[in-house]
Design a protein around this ligand. Structure first.
Ligand code: ATP
Ligand code: MG
Length: 742
């Protein structure tokens, strides 16, 4: 029954539960759906949910999958559906000692990581201009992804002067992390791997527990993740991996496409199932995406077909500049919304976060509600980070980074000199800063004006720690917010900015409430540790609400696995997309092309591509050529109506300026009329009234623009089924199919 929703191939995959299985298929072919049904099927067959492990790419995707499974088979406690990072975290929470850590270790996000590196550079007297922090962070991360420590780094790279500096930074960085009882994101995976690899008993425990293992988006696993999965599945090999080599977009972060291409080599018994029917996108969108990805070499050839309508053609518009582009997109959204679409049907997917600001502006101006998913909202706000640091100190008194962040927030009269002294004392005593300062003797060595405030701080943190069993997270938060003087300091500032911060802090409190409520509903007590873990491991795609009534803005990377009726991909320019860093490397260019494929295949009904002749990015204005991906796109699939393909009025202006721009490279082959907003609006109105407003009934005779005459035999909320004289039976989407009554 459960598998009735699947097609034959999908069902075959769901039924193949024993032994290794690779589902290799293109975008929108129902890979995730198949995996979900497979889990439900196993449970329906009597398998305990406790024995199932499913790994997905974002917490959001994991939640969604759990939700779908539970919809099919009811509540499933104890089932692990989570991301690689959360899985590693759980393993490490259960076996922190084997990893050489203390209970309640904390997870450092990139901001903490950079703060720590900054301190280290200062300590080691390394110039951050010569060795930028981002550069060092990237090297360290790369080394960890390859499971190489500082010594191995030096050995492999050679002991040049530069490498020796990096070696010392890396080594000190690891030492400090350990001292702070902290791990960074890469450590989570690496330590989990080491614990499993080096402890037969622990490995055995998980191998026995997880009889069935599944991994979605397998193309984006890195080498460490791959090894973790191999270890876990080694004994029974009931491993099902799902992926699309055309959608590997995280090579820059260590994802190894070979993991999927070599699956059959690693598991010679593996069964391979290809899914070829796409259920997501209209024919034209699918064809357009393929005309681009086809240019990548070294891919497994895959065909995708769809029963869906060809649908609308792809609309490409070249605008004069980036502001015009943002205005155009907002306007198009207003025109397309009509009575049959809600704002949450629209997504704007861009290459870099820096592109979002203009869209925010234009959407706000047009009073279009939107939600923006970027790494720089919520958790990155200063005040939120401060409060999180306070909470971290409550669970882990060794967390020096958190201590340094808040010791003078609010001002407690601790200057740089005093801090240095304190750090020296703590080092001699072999303690963390908080531990050291908790000793009255050390406290008394502080300047007398600081003593009272610091004593108060220590006592509040200790009180919260001692009482944390009896307090809710929100109570702890309140205590910290008020009794540390943080709130008062903001109130006393009495500025607009401070008011904004106070609002954000209240906002954060509702977030804590939500977390508590969610836990309560599933009958568990919400602990501060778990809350901090959620905060640390939430990726940006995790704040995404579907059905929010808002347009979604996000990067192409975070759109992975999602789908929207209407997608806009702005910034189709060489140097932006593909990014300038990829232009002279075939490998990187192919990754950008895959990203383009991912973006295009998010669209169900309509796809809009735009580019701007002139753009200001990172404070610099530049004329940009149309993206190489546009040149690759099959022109037949472009809407050449003339009223939606815009040509900048400034073709002349630019050349008269003597600037050669993309608009001259002749990409748009079809004759182009200048943009006429009025004509465009009229057309939109016509489209809306052509859609959905015609009520079709069973028995109606209809005409279709491609299939000719037919008879309606079934109508439901979303679809119309017609038997065509020439083509036979077809099920079509209401409102999109070009049908008229005859
Ligand atoms: P991606 O590669 O983007 O992750 P995917 O292969 O995981 O895509 P899904 O997200 O599982 O694809 O499915 C795409 C859409 O197709 C979803 O809306 C899903 O509900 C629908 N779908 C999948 N299988 C079927 C089916 N057999 N019948 C009808 N709809 C289906
Ligand atoms: Mg998927």
């Amino acid at each position: 029954m459960i598998l009735d929703h699947l097609n034959d191939k999908q069902r075959e995959a769901a039924l193949h539960t024993e032994g290794p299985l690779l589902i290799l298929a293109g975008a929108g072919s129902g890979k995730t759906a198949t995996m979900t049904h497979r889990i439900a099927y196993l449970i329906e067959q009597g398998m305990s949910p406790y024995k199932i492990l499913a790994v997905t790419f974002t917490n959001k995707a994991a939640e969604e999958m759990r939700h779908r499974v539970e919809k099919l088979v009811g509540y499933c406690p104890g089932m692990w559906i989570l991301t690689f990072h959360s899985m590693s975290l759980r393993i490490l929470r259960e076996h922190y000692e084997a990893a050489g850590y203390e209970k309640n270790f904390v997870v450092y996000d990139t901001v903490d990581q950079k703060a720590l590196l900054k301190n280290i550079l200062k300590e080691l007297n390394v110039d951050s201009k010569e060795y930028p922090i981002n550069y060092l962070a990237a090297i360290i991360s790369k080394e960890k992804e390859a499971d190489r420590g500082p010594e191995e780094y030096l050995e492999l790279e050679g002991d040049t002067f530069k490498n020796k500096v990096i070696y010392r930074v890396y080594k000190e960085y690891q030492k400090q992390l350990k001292k702070n009882n902290a791990m960074d994101f890469d450590d989570l995976l690496l330590n989990a791997l080491h614990v499993l690899r080096d402890n037969k008993e622990i490995l055995g425990e998980y191998q026995r527990r997880f009889s069935y293992i599944m991994v979605d988006e397998y193309q984006d696993t890195n080498h460490i993740q791959y090894q973790i999965i191999r270890l876990l599945a080694a004994s029974h090999q009931n491993l099902c991996v799902v992926g699309d080599d055309d959608q590997c977009i995280y090579q820059w972060r260590g994802a190894d496409i070979r993991n999927i291409l070599d699956f059959e080599k690693d598991f010679p018994e593996a069964k391979v199932i290809k899914l070829e029917q796409n259920y997501r996108s209209c024919g034209n969108i699918l064809a357009a995406a393929h005309s681009v990805i086809r240019n990548n070499r070294g891919r497994k050839s895959k065909k995708l077909w769809t029963e869906a309508e060809e649908g609308h053609k792809i609309v490409y518009s070249r605008l004069d500049n980036d502001k015009e582009e943002a205005y155009y997109v907002a306007r198009e959204i207003q025109l397309l919304k009509g009575p049959h679409r809600d704002y949450d049907d629209f997504a704007i997917l861009y290459r870099t976060n820096a592109q979002s600001r203009l869209f925010e502006d234009s959407l706000r101006r047009q009073r279009i509600p939107y939600q923006i998913l970027s790494g720089f909202s919520f958790y990155e706000r200063k005040e939120t980070k401060d409060m999180i640091s306070y909470m971290r100190l409550v669970v882990n008194s060794k967390d020096d980074m958190a201590f340094l962040r808040i010791i003078n927030e609010p001002k407690r009269g601790i200057g740089a000199k005093t801090l240095e002294k304190l750090q020296a004392i703590a080092m001699v005593r072999g303690e963390s800063l908080l531990e050291a300062i908790s000793d009255e003797e050390v406290l008394l060595s502080l300047p007398s004006k600081a003593q009272a405030a610091v004593r108060e701080l220590v006592s509040i943190i200790n009180m919260c720690r001692d009482e944390r069993e009896n307090l809710r997270i929100s109570d702890i938060y309140d205590n910290l917010l008020v009794r540390t003087g943080y709130m008062r300091a903001l109130e006393e500032q009495n500025t607009v900015e401070a008011e904004g911060r106070i609002e954000n802090l209240l906002d954060f409190k509702s977030f804590i409430y939500d977390f508590e409520k969610e836990k309560q509903e599933s009958g568990e007590k919400a602990t501060l540790e778990e809350f901090l873990e959620k905060v640390a491991t939430d990726g940006d795609a995790d704040k995404f609400e579907s059905e929010s009534g808002k347009v979604t803005l996000m990067t192409l990377h975070s759109a992975k696995g999602l789908e929207f009726p209407v997608v806009f991909m702005p910034g189709m320019e060489d140097g932006l997309f593909p990014s300038h860093r990829s232009i002279d490397s075939e490998e990187k260019l192919e990754e950008e092309r895959r990203l383009c494929y991912v973006g295009m295949t998010r669209a169900k009904e309509r796809l809009f591509l735009t580019s701007a002749s002139f753009r200001v990015l990172y404070g610099q204005g530049e004329y940009a050529r149309e993206s190489q991906f546009l040149r690759e796109l099959d022109k037949k699939l472009l809407d050449s109506d003339g009223d939606t393909v815009y040509e900048p009025q400034s073709r002349k202006t630019h050349s008269s300026l003597g600037v050669s721009t993309g608009s001259l490279d002749g990409f748009a082959e079809t004759p182009i009329k200048p943009y006429d907003p009025l004509a465009r609006a009229k057309k939109a109105v016509k489209e809306h009234s052509a859609q959905g407003d015609i009520a079709f009934d069973v028995g109606d005779k209809v005409a279709h623009s491609k299939f000719g005459a037919g008879l309606v035999i079934d109508v439901d909320e979303k679809t119309i089924t017609v038997i065509f004289d020439s083509e036979g039976r077809k099920k079509m989407a209401k409102g999109i199919a070009p049908l008229t009554k005859i």
